[in-house]
Design a protein around this ligand. Structure first.
Ligand code: IMP
Length: 435
């Protein structure tokens, strides 16, 4: 399952529903920048690094090699989940020894660079800061690609090895942070080595070669659910670069982030909201900065799970979703938060863009500078007045809501297999909206 917009599509709920039909749940990309919210009865869980399947008993959860792991955050997430009576042990949580470690200096670098860039002058309009989650994601992936200063989970528990690596790393990082204007004492390799090797020891039983483990699961007929984090339009290669995250969060990231060769999945559930949101900077053609966007934000509680930031909101951009569905090979759609759209007289759908030279295109423009100039061409459809959050079946939905879903299917050329009308597991309508 994979998000088809700019994140926050409601993936936590879908992965929780799909978990029931799978044995193994795998995260393959991203890190603690992700925030998957799962509501079970009265309990609300916000997960950042742990695969959401951890909330269901009897499942094996895997943090694949493509993830960047902040061990401090992971341990506190594990503690938080355990304190609510959920078992986490070496058998149900496997962490790749090849996953890269997010260190404190990555987070400092992330925040400092954003600070410097937000005051830099840019001639292209949107500004240079990305609006990151400041979880150190970019600097950690940069270290991975840069190689010599990177640390992987498999190295963490070896204190002597870690200390000798950190002596070099800290000397270089201190100078870099200083150049970015961070006023702090020099990084202390001894303190960091002690603290992080202790984290390594605490996680040691979980750290393993997940590539062989996943191949074994597959060869033994276990069903595997790949839990995409962030979303396709934030993909480092295929998203709205440079306003993206630093991993392949489309399904194209699965083979590299797990070690399972493509094609990995028999089915790809593409998850979209019934409207569009975005956090952080970057172009967003259907954004509404007026009362419509405000109403969507309030009704949809559109505030970040990870950072609490208000999300930018607007009507549904199906040019973007159709592109993401193509990149990800979606075989069906889950349409989330349909209930948020109750009470609008009319709704708008964008299915093509007008470009500055007057041409019309139904192709997405994944280059941020060019996308900025794309003007949405709207289709206006009737809205519905009634609340739909207590609907039990598709047939309970007002005809205008069914027509809205129908139009989405038509434009995407894909069936909507799941419609969500609220955060609870029970507020889910399965089956075709066309009956
Ligand atoms: P980073 O991943 O923290 O480097 O942030 C890069 C961009 O991706 C920023 O605009 C973030 O707001 C956005 N982003 C990263 N992860 C998520 C997510 O899970 N949901 C929504 N936006 C995200």
């Amino acid at each position: 399952m994979v998000g088809l917009q700019w994140g926050d599509e409601g993936k936590g709920k879908v992965v929780d529903l799909l978990t029931a039909d799978h044995d193994v749940i795998v995260r393959y990309n991203g890190g603690a920048n992700a925030g998957h919210t799962v509501v079970i009865g009265e309990e609300k869980y916000a997960l950042h690094l742990l695969p959401s399947g951890i909330l269901s008993g009897g499942k094996i959860c895997v943090i694949g090699n493509g993830v960047v792991v902040d061990p401090e955050m992971l341990l506190s997430e594990i503690e938080g989940i355990r304190s609510r009576g959920i078992e986490i042990n070496a058998g149900n949580l496997l962490i790749s020894d090849r996953a890269h470690v997010v260190m404190p200096y990555h987070k400092e670098h992330d925040a400092a660079l954003e600070r410097v860039l937000s005051s830099a002058i840019d001639d292209s309009g949107p500004g240079l800061s990305i609006g990151t989650t400041k979880r150190g994601i970019g600097p950690a992936y940069a270290d991975k690609v840069h190689r010599s200063l990177a640390i992987r989970m498999g190295e963490l528990a070896d204190a002597d090895h870690l200390r000798s690596r950190l002596e070099v790393i800290c000397a270089i990082r201190t100078r870099e942070l200083d150049a970015l204007g961070v006023e702090a004492p020099p990084l202390d390799p001894h303190e960091l080595a002690e603290r992080y090797s202790e984290y390594g020891r605490l996680l040691e039983n979980h750290i393993t070669d997940t590539v062989y483990a996943l191949h074994d699961f597959r060869n033994n007929g276990r069903s595997i659910l790949f839990e995409g984090a962030n979303a396709c339009l934030l993909d480092i290669d295929h998203g709205t670069f440079p306003y993206v995250t630093s991993s392949n969060c489309s399904t194209l990231g699965i083979p590299a982030g797990t070690g399972l060769p493509a094609p990995c999945a028999d089915e790809v559930v593409g998850i979209m909201k019934a409207y569009t949101t975005r956090v952080g900077a970057g172009p967003f053609p259907t954004e509404d900065t007026g009362p419509i966007g405000e109403r969507i934000r309030e009704r949809g509680n559109e505030y970040g799970t990870t950072t609490g930031r208000p999300r930018r909101c607007g009507w549904l951009d199906l040019v973007a979703v159709r592109y993401s569905a193509m990149i990800c090979g979606a075989t069906s759609i889950a349409c989330m938060l349909l209930d948020v759209l109750s009470g609008f007289d009319e709704l708008k759908i964008c299915s093509s863009y007008r470009l500055p030279d007057g041409t019309v295109t139904d192709r997405f423009i994944p280059d941020a500078r060019r996308l900025l100039n794309a003007e949405p061409i709207w289709e206006t459809v009737p809205g519905w007045a009634e609340e739909i959050d207590t609907s039990q079946n598709r047939s309970d939905l007002p005809p205008e809501a069914l027509a809205y879903l129908d139009r989405i299917q038509e434009i995407l050329g894909l069936p909507i297999h799941l419609v969500s009308v609220g955060p609870e597991r029970t507020q889910t309508l399965a089956g075709s909206p066309c009956g």
